[in-house]
Design a protein around this ligand. Structure first.
Ligand SMILES: NC(=O)c1ccc[n+]([C@@H]2O[C@H](COP(=O)([O-])OP(=O)(O)OC[C@H]3O[C@@H](n4cnc5c(N)ncnc54)[C@H](O)[C@@H]3O)[C@@H](O)[C@H]2O)c1
Ligand SMILES: [Zn+2]
Length: 357
């Protein structure tokens, strides 16, 4: 089974990737942490699909396991559900040597991770991501959080798991909407640092989701390695991690203007990468032909390529509110060519004319 190691300061943790790994969850917990108690947190879409297998595997390894099923969706990433989890962990007498397992997408991962980071000043944490987005992005890097009514991810922590277990088979049950959502970030990794991944996606894309799933282990390895490399060099998000925001300045502006009810995040990122690369190519900051190549892949993957009907001034105003707009300087990420990115300090005027492409 392929394994990626994330080296962080004094501690290193593994990410295991492989078909059918869900059934080995118990064995992995036992090997890594010994005979502890575990609390599994999941949502009501994932539970009927995978909870029983996870619990069976934990029990087969002789571990005491309990579980809680929360409602699915972003609304669950909130303080009320965090408090609910604390109550559940108390009730099942989870101690600091025990572990909390997030079985689900990024919502469950972020919420459970924050609970693990704070309950008893920190209990052990294990991620079993089941969406493409969670497997390539949210489960790697240690950022955990909940939303406030005032905004997304406003209360959180950096908290690394003991290990991450990625079973690509779980992706078979994802809806097309959430599959596409994850693909936006997958293409991003190819653009910013991995031309080989980009070429692999170009090879598979004409065959649709089935062709991509046929090479999913390779695709996941590329993406997770890319994120792990960046995180290892910039655990606290003070520099290099910024490159992971390629496409995100525009994406966040669109998401804000649509009040998070329009495009899904990954689709907004795809659109952001498209608009950004058209802009930088027109400004001579990207090798000619790059935008065409990116657009060809994005359209093969059914990604949106058209900015929604939002006035440019509104989009640009929303960028100024982006938390990454430190002071008046806006650091945008562009690509020189497929597989090579740069950080460009500028201001929002950079985006004037973006809706004309
Ligand atoms: N921590 C980070 O670094 C980081 C990075 C990116 C995104 N995020 C966060 O991740 C969240 C989005 O993650 P997401 O897209 O995984 O959302 P999600 O957890 O809401 O999952 C998407 C949907 O798919 C369902 N689902 C999950 N696994 C399934 C499976 N195998 N089969 C069928 N259905 C399944 C879920 O119930 C949900 O309805 C956001 O809250 C975002 O802020 C965090
Ligand atoms: Zn993103």
């Amino acid at each position: 089974m392929p394994m990626i190691t994330v080296p962080l300061g004094e501690r290193t943790y593994p990410i295991h990737i492989g078909s059918g790994l869900l059934d080995c969850l118990g064995a992995h917990v036992l090997e890594a942490l010994g005979e502890i108690s575990v609390a599994v947190v999941t949502d009501d879409n994932v539970a009927p699909l995978y909870l029983e297998r996870a619990m069976k595997s934990l029990e087969a390894a002789g571990l005491r396991a309990c579980s809680i099923v929360l409602p699915h969706g972003e609304q669950t990433k909130c303080l009320e559900q965090l408090a609910n989890l604390y109550g559940f962990l108390c009730e099942h007498r989870i101690t600091r040597k025990d572990a909390v397992i997030a079985l689900g997408g990024g919502v469950i991962g972020d919420l459970t991770g924050l609970a693990a980071a704070t309950f008893l000043r920190g209990v052990r944490f294990i991620q079993v991501p089941t969406t493409l987005l969670a497997q390539v992005d949210s489960s790697v890097g240690g950022k955990v959080a909940v939303d406030l009514p005032q905004g997304k991810n406003l209360v959180g922590a950096f908290y690394q798991p003991e290990f991450v277990l990625v079973d690509p088979d779980t992706l078979n049950t994802l809806t097309d909407e959430f599959w596409r959502d994850g693909l936006g970030e997958v293409v991003k990794y190819g653009c910013i640092g991995d031309a080989e991944l980009f070429a692999l996606l170009e090879t598979c894309a004409p065959g649709g989701r089935a062709a991509l799933m046929a090479r999913i282990d390779e695709i996941l390895l590329h993406c997770i390695q890319a994120k792990a490399d960046v995180v290892a060099q910039d655990e606290r998000d003070t520099g290099l991690r910024m490159t992971l925001n390629f496409g995100h300045t525009i994406a966040h502006a669109v998401e804000t203007c649509q009040h998070y009810t329009g495009l899904r995040h990954g689709e907004a990122v795809a659109l952001g990468m498209h608009v950004m690369t058209r802009l930088t190519e027109a400004k001579g900051m990207t090798e000619p032909g790059t935008a065409d190549r990116l657009d060809a892949l994005l359209s093969r993957l059914d990604m949106p390529m058209q900015l929604p009907q939002i006035p440019e001034t509104e989009l640009i105003a929303a960028m100024g509110m982006d938390k990454k707009a430190a002071g008046k300087t806006l650091r945008v990420i562009g690509i020189r060519r497929i597989g090579e990115c740069y950080i460009h300090p500028t201001d929002t005027a950079f985006f004037t004319g973006m809706t004309e492409n």
